[in-house]
Design a protein around this ligand. Structure first.
Ligand SMILES: Nc1ncnc2c1ncn2[C@@H]1O[C@H](COP(=O)(O)OP(=O)(O)OP(=O)(O)O)[C@@H](O)[C@H]1O
Ligand SMILES: [Mg+2]
Length: 292
């Protein structure tokens, strides 16, 4: 029996990209490329071997350049390979074929150039906020004293001055997530990977975090790749929004978002913003595989 008959796979969902024309494919290819990129992803493919001897084709022919200081949002249905892509870029998961370069160097494992923010902040409960932020510095065996000042600056930038010596359970969910972001930034990586960092937050805290993230990004000028299930969040933050198909995940649309910066929450209500949201939503079926 084939795997698709056993598992409720997302490939069974109606998906409007079946009608993609050659011209659309060329347009996506053109929008996927950027001159002078920090990161280049070429022909990336991931096939998992499962414990029961099956294979799962998670990513297929993913091509994307990410420019210096660019903010990219990725949206796509559950199971389309977004986390897989992030793990490969973080150097913690091997790829099947294709290549990834950062600053022209082939990616071959975890890199100091990269910081990762996971869906849950996974802070160590027995460590203070400051000690949590300094974890990557310790793991990388770098000079703690030198980075402590930076950790304090980051916490202040994230609105957490005065909380350095508190413990995670003394913070709200949004504050813990901000600590997670500071931890990802402490070793000054040029490339920040974020996997649905605000998925567990309520709508209002999430909007505040979106504003915070925009401010942190503006001040620190990092390259950011953000996975999100929220189309408005993707549009609000991104220079380009990448839309992926169901598994095997491919890039089906790359949408430059030319709304002026800094973006404000009030922009959500403008016709321009609405047009970006509509273009992305058009890729998803009426049952909806993304949050609004
Ligand atoms: N270690 C693994 N072994 C086998 N299959 C895996 C493994 N990790 C992920 N997969 C499969 O690869 C596909 C992509 O998974 P992935 O976690 O990247 O999806 P995703 O887009 O992040 O989904 P979600 O939006 O639900 O987080 C899924 O079908 C999943 O079952
Ligand atoms: Mg995921």
């Amino acid at each position: 029996m084939s795997l698709t008959r056993v598992l409720p796979l997302p490939t069974g969902l109606p998906w409007r990209t079946a009608a993609t024309t050659p011209a659309q494919t060329r347009a996506v290819a053109a929008e996927s490329r950027r001159d002078g990129s920090l990161v280049r992803i070429n022909g990336l493919e991931k096939i998992y071997a499962t414990k029961d001897g099956q294979t799962i084709h998670a990513l297929k022919d993913v091509n994307l350049d990410i420019g210096e200081t660019e903010f990219i949002s990725i949206v796509g249905p559950s199971g389309c390979g977004k986390t897989t892509l992030l793990k490969i870029l973080a150097g913690i998961l091997s790829r099947s074929t294709g290549e990834v370069t950062i600053h022209g160097q082939a990616l071959s494992g975890p890199s100091r150039e990269i910081g990762v923010v996971f869906q849950a902040p996974v802070l160590l409960p027995w460590r203070t906020v400051l000690q949590n932020v300094l974890v990557p510095v310790e793991v990388q065996k770098r000079d703690r004293t030198r980075f402590e000042a930076r950790a304090r600056d980051l916490l202040a930038m994230a609105g957490l001055a005065g909380f350095e010596n508190k413990y995670p359970n003394e913070l709200s969910g949004g504050m813990q997530q901000r600590v997670g972001i500071c931890r990802a930034l402490v070793h000054n990586p040029s490339f920040l990977l974020m996997d649905e960092p605000f998925g567990a937050l309520d709508a209002m805290t999430r909007e505040t975090m979106n504003e915070e993230l925009q401010r942190i990004w503006t001040e620190s000028r990092k390259t950011v790749l953000l996975v999100t299930h929220s189309i408005p969040e993707a549009v609000y933050l991104a220079d380009r929004v990448v839309v992926m198909t169901p598994r095997p995940g491919r890039i089906v649309d790359v949408i430059p978002v030319d709304l002026p910066r800094p973006r404000t929450l009030a922009m959500h209500n403008t016709p321009e913003f609405g047009r970006f949201v509509a273009r992305i939503r058009a890729h998803f079926n009426s049952a909806g595989t993304l949050d609004t």
